[in-house]
Design a protein around this ligand. Structure first.
Ligand SMILES: Nc1ncnc2c1ncn2[C@@H]1O[C@H](COP(=O)(O)OP(=O)(O)OP(=O)(O)O)[C@@H](O)[C@H]1O
Length: 356
């Protein structure tokens, strides 16, 4: 089957000292995460895709259909879009069901689509309720179903979890994974939370000061050592993993390209595919394999490079069976162990430190 045509998002928008200037080709499938610090232009770019910034020049094209170019501008209501913002703007005087039906009727979408999203987002019990009686997470699930029930061609999500507390975010994330898996349409997802990028991105665009500094398959971008991501306090690498066994102590063994790793994840069933994030500050290095340590994860790795960081720290770039790893250690340790690129080492990762 031929690949459907992708998405073109090319634009220039000047606002005082800030200029957004990007030229992106995005895949027609999967979730593209727009990731970057506050003020880098993520929401502006999403709003341009939605047709909410008529002053922006450029081109928005999806699957061979032009929504905006030098000669044309399709207004927001004529773009076949679903949009969910930080705060779900539900109609307060209508029940959840009537909120869902409101846009769905006008879109002329199938009843089966509405029913499917009510079920996938576990909304059946909420249908008679009014929006003000819902938790923030429930409201976001309703907003997602309302957008998807209209059978859009593109789903735009602007920080849909950022107004929620950590517990609610953890509750809604699996539903976003369901949307990513089941929606069968491209998704543009804006966030500045690395965990959301790790969990949800198929493709990642890194925005910095109005420019796209990187764009590509999510793991490739997340694991690049030459981007500012690698300088963050929480820098790390992301690996694909499959949970393959659980022991009596609640530790789960994860099969990864770097070898088997143990993590705490009592609720992970065997066979579950996931991503693990290993932060550089949770990895230490040894010249030999220690049998007398509490550390469970010992991975043989080749030292690729030592990058000095401010504050007397060094970031060691490693490769374990073709997979990148980062370790943040002190300059003093580098000297004490006489570390040199090319050496074979043992990377030690605490089981509790693996983020799954
Ligand atoms: N309506 C507006 N008028 C003028 N400047 C604006 C407007 N909206 C955003 N900006 C400016 O445009 C720049 C990009 O803002 P934008 O909201 O797109 O960034 P962001 O990466 O989404 O940030 P955040 O993560 O904080 O939401 C910022 O400098 C912001 O101050």
């Amino acid at each position: 089957m031929a690949e459907p045509a992708g998405i073109t998002l090319q634009t220039r928008l000047a606002r005082g000292s800030f200029t957004l200037d990007v030229d992106l080709r995005l895949p027609a499938r999967g979730t593209t995460v727009l990731f970057g610090p506050s003020g880098s232009g993520k929401s502006s770019l999403l709003r341009i895709a939605a047709g909410l910034e008529p002053a922006a020049r450029g081109c928005v094209r999806i699957g061979g259909e032009t929504w905006q170019d030098a000669d044309s501008f399709l207004p927001p209501h004529r773009r076949a879009l679903g949009v969910v913002f930080q705060h779900a703007a539900l109609l307060p005087h209508l029940s959840v069901l009537d909120n869902l039906r409101y846009g769905w009727k006008r879109a002329g979408a199938a009843t089966a689509t509405l029913d499917a999203w009510i079920e996938r987002l576990a909304l059946s019990a909420l249908l008679p309720r009014r929006p003000e009686t819902l938790s923030g997470g429930e409201r976001q699930r309703v907003a997602l179903a309302r957008a998807l029930a209209c059978e859009p061609r593109w789903l735009l999500l602007d920080e849909p979890l950022s107004a929620l507390d950590a517990a609610r975010r953890a509750e809604v994330l699996p539903f976003l994974e369901t949307v990513r898996r089941e929606a069968g349409l491209p998704i543009l997802y804006v966030t500045h939370a690395i965990e959301e990028a790790v969990r949800l991105a198929d493709h990642l665009v890194l925005l910095e000061d109005g420019r796209a500094s990187a764009c590509g398959p999510a793991l490739e971008v997340l694991n690049r050592a030459d981007l500012p991501l690698a300088l963050r306090e929480d820098a790390g690498v992301v690996l694909d993993a499959t949970a393959d066994a659980r022991d009596a102590h609640g530790l789960v063994r994860l099969a990864t390209a770097a070898g088997a790793l143990y993590a705490h994840g009592a609720t992970l069933a065997a066979g579950t595919a996931l991503r693990v994030r290993i932060q550089a500050r949770d990895v230490s290095l040894a010249l030999s394999r220690h049998g007398d340590s509490s550390l469970l994860n010992l991975v043989p790795a080749r030292l690729v490079a030592l990058d000095p960081l401010p504050g007397g720290q060094v970031q060691a770039r490693l490769e374990a069976s073709g997979t990148p790893l980062l370790a943040r250690i002190s300059h003093r340790s580098v000297e004490r162990l006489a570390l040199q690129p090319g050496m074979m080492l043992w990377a030690q990762v605490k089981a509790v430190a693996l983020l799954v």
